[in-house]
Design a protein around this ligand. Structure first.
Ligand SMILES: Nc1nc2c(ncn2[C@@H]2O[C@H](COP(=O)(O)OP(=O)(O)O)[C@@H](O)[C@H]2O)c(=O)[nH]1
Ligand SMILES: [Mg+2]
Length: 294
């Protein structure tokens, strides 16, 4: 059984702390995990799966949908799935990390943000982790926009939503960040816990915005969130654009055809900043690789 912190298993197999994936409904988590599993299993990216996880039915089903050229449908797996956990490493015999996708639907994360409270079980789970991936999606129809910016900020300050008013997406995300700030553990090297912000469905972004990168996009779409990300002191933050499958399988039939012909090989990428410009790298493990300290 895995123990929190530094647990030496066997010889030189050191298991680092866990990394948690979270985000609201429709934020691209499921499809990312399906694609991620494929990449971890093939071992073509920065990280590979160290061993076959106990329960991969869920990710295999998602990967099946992708192979057939469609996204995994939204709610199909929300009822009876279990946590998905996979142990990853960058090199053979190198340090290992456990990626945990909790059995918490986006709806429950949203509810936790509304209540300003997460269950003590999940708080403990976050305390055992030293990194997280937070998902937000381009053009989600579940996106909730506030009446205005000031209303959002007031909601955040009062930590509560009145009546049946919907919690704006960016307020929810700021709340989730607050949970992470108050719970994630320091890294073993003494460094701050890491947060990868993953902006999914980045393939829907036009070339001009894509060249400016995901922070500029967040500043335009979710100014409150972008401001929050810029002044986080307790976490080290990096923002990535991600396309799980490399293009819009729904509305771009030509891309879908090319995707099907490739058998998903090399499809899917991460928009990463190389110090000069944002570039697409066909390795969907990158946001996790950065979060675990590579
Ligand atoms: N264009 C595009 N759409 C995506 C991508 N990933 C997810 N989506 C869309 O986002 C929807 C919700 O994704 P899902 O993974 O189910 O989100 P979850 O509710 O957070 O698990 C999918 O049905 C797709 O329509 C992507 O890489 N590209
Ligand atoms: Mg899902």
């Amino acid at each position: 059984m895995w123990e929190a912190g530094y647990a030496a298993i066997g010889f030189h197999r050191v298991l680092r702390r866990a990394i948690i994936l979270l985000g609201g409904p429709d934020s691209g988590k499921t499809n990312y995990i399906g694609r991620l599993w494929q990449a971890l299993d093939e071992g073509t990216g920065a990280l590979h799966a160290v061993e076959q996880p106990d329960d991969i039915k869920f990710v295999l089903e998602v990967a099946d949908h992708l192979f057939e050229g469609g996204f995994a449908p939204r709610s199909e797996y929300s009822e009876d799935r279990r946590d998905f956990e996979v142990i990853v490493a960058a090199t053979q015999g190198g340090p290992q990390s456990k990626v945990i996708v909790p059995d918490i639907s986006g709806e429950l994360w949203r509810q936790a943000a509304i209540d300003s409270e997460i269950s003590s079980d999940w708080m403990r789970e976050l305390q055992r982790a030293d990194a997280a991936l937070l998902f937000v999606r381009v053009e989600s129809d579940q996106d909730v926009r506030p009446l205005d910016w000031v209303t959002s900020r007031n909601m955040l300050e009062k930590l509560g939503v009145e009546g049946d008013q919907d919690l704006p997406t960016q307020v929810m995300l700021c709340e989730l960040i607050r949970f992470l700030e108050s719970s994630l553990a320091k890294r073993d090297d003494g460094g701050l816990p890491r947060l990868s912000v993953v902006v999914t469905a980045w393939d829907l972004i036009d070339a001009e915005m894509s060249a400016r990168g995901p922070l500029v996009y967040l500043e335009r779409e979710y100014p409150l969130l972008a401001g929050r990300l810029l002044d986080i002191e307790k976490l080290e933050v990096q923002i990535f654009g991600v396309s799980a499958v490399g293009g819009d399988l729904k509305r771009d039939p030509e891309y879908r055809k090319a995707f099907l012909e490739s058998g998903m090989d090399g499809q899917g990428w991460v928009l990463d900043y190389n110090g000069r410009e944002w570039q697409k790298i066909s390795d969907t493990t990158l946001p996790i690789a950065w979060a675990v300290g590579l």
